[in-house]
Design a protein around this ligand. Structure first.
Ligand code: SAM
Length: 313
């Protein structure tokens, strides 16, 4: 067992089985030990996974076009900034120019007042989720227990109130044994953004599903990544693997509307890229490497990733 696993095992022995969202939070964000808090770069060839942000310059150039379009749609305000949630390596900073850029990492607060663009790429899928399964007709919550030197899922009490309501709304077709997640933290982030964004847009790219598609994920959507190999075994090598859950875009859209956001919509990531392409510098496609990047973005990610876009209330 590694030091984080030992600590979690001791906490579970002391306090009893741990809710999965707390386990995921520790696995990813426990200071000094969590996956995103260690001095190791998880991205790229030598890391565990790629995101679109590593496909530079094409991803950056196309997003820069979208940011500029938004600035023009907002009638070219003098004070306009780009706030990026979960910036990872920070590749997007250079593309925010000429606007002010601010990044919000796990230890930062969202600015109280934002005029401009809130941008997020694979941020919402990295937020801890609650998890459970339909067992004997009940929506039972998953806890994590320690058994000798490994962690196992242990079903606990049924979900109640707003959590049960979330599952009924966004996972409406659960059969016996089917698993699900509740992205409660993602909803809180949408609330925060709705309050902070005084003018401009939210642009959030991620992989996910709509309520209608949730029926495809009978095992839920939790995944881990290590050295470019995906697996569903989220309780192993804790702190050494990324853990993600697909984003429920229907839930984010509904929450954004509830917070008063306007023109809330979801489109495929391919549609976002294709809308920006005609306005990107013509030289972008001269380089064969750039053409390959665009192909990867469009065909590798374009349909399974989506973009949530909304206007400030
Ligand atoms: C999958 S990575 C994506 C990084 C980058 N956006 C990219 O596209 O390469 C998720 C990022 O979200 C950050 N993150 C997770 N929870 C956060 C929080 N509560 N506040 C700010 N950043 C957070 C992580 O530290 C990590 O950098």
């Amino acid at each position: 067992m590694n030091p984080l696993e030992e600590t979690l095992r001791d906490e579970i022995r002391r306090d009893g089985p741990m809710r999965f969202d707390r386990f995921m939070d520790a696995a990813l964000y426990r200071p000094a030990l969590g996956y995103y808090m260690r001095h190791r770069d998880p991205f790229g060839v030598d890391g565990d996974f790629f995101t679109a942000s590593q496909l530079q310059p094409v991803f950056g150039q196309l997003i820069a076009v979208r940011i500029r379009q938004i600035w023009m749609e907002c009638e070219r305000p003098e004070h306009f900034s780009v706030v990026e949630l979960g910036p990872g390596r920070g590749e997007m900073r250079q593309w925010a120019s000429p606007f002010a850029y601010r990044c919000v990492g796990p230890e930062d607060d969202l600015p109280e007042e934002i005029h401009g663009v809130v941008f997020a790429n694979e941020f919402f899928d990295a937020l801890p989720v609650r998890a459970g399964a339909m067992l004997h007709g009940e929506l039972r919550e998953f806890f994590v227990a320690a058994k000798r030197d490994e962690f196992i899922f242990a079903p606990g009490a049924p979900f109640q109130n707003e959590n049960a309501e979330y599952v009924r709304r966004y996972w409406p077709a659960l059969a016996e044994g089917c698993k699900f997640e509740i992205g409660a933290q993602a909803l809180l982030w949408i609330d925060r953004i709705s309050r902070a964004l005084r003018s401009g847009r939210l642009v959030a790219i991620d992989y996910g599903y709509s309520t209608r598609e949730s029926v495809r994920f009978t095992e839920g959507t939790l995944m881990t990544y290590r050295r470019h190999i995906a697996s569903g075994d989220v309780l192993r090598e804790v702190g050494q693997r990324d853990i993600t859950a697909h984003v429920c875009f229907t839930a984010l859209e509904a929450r954004a509307r509830l917070g008063g956001m306007l023109n809330v919509g979801v489109e495929s990531f391919a549609a976002t890229l294709l809308a920006a392409l005609p306005l990107a510098p013509k030289t972008i496609m001269d380089d064969p490497r750039n053409r390959q990047q665009l192909k990867t973005l469009l065909y590798g990610m374009g349909e399974c990733f989506r973009t949530l876009h909304t206007c400030a209330p």
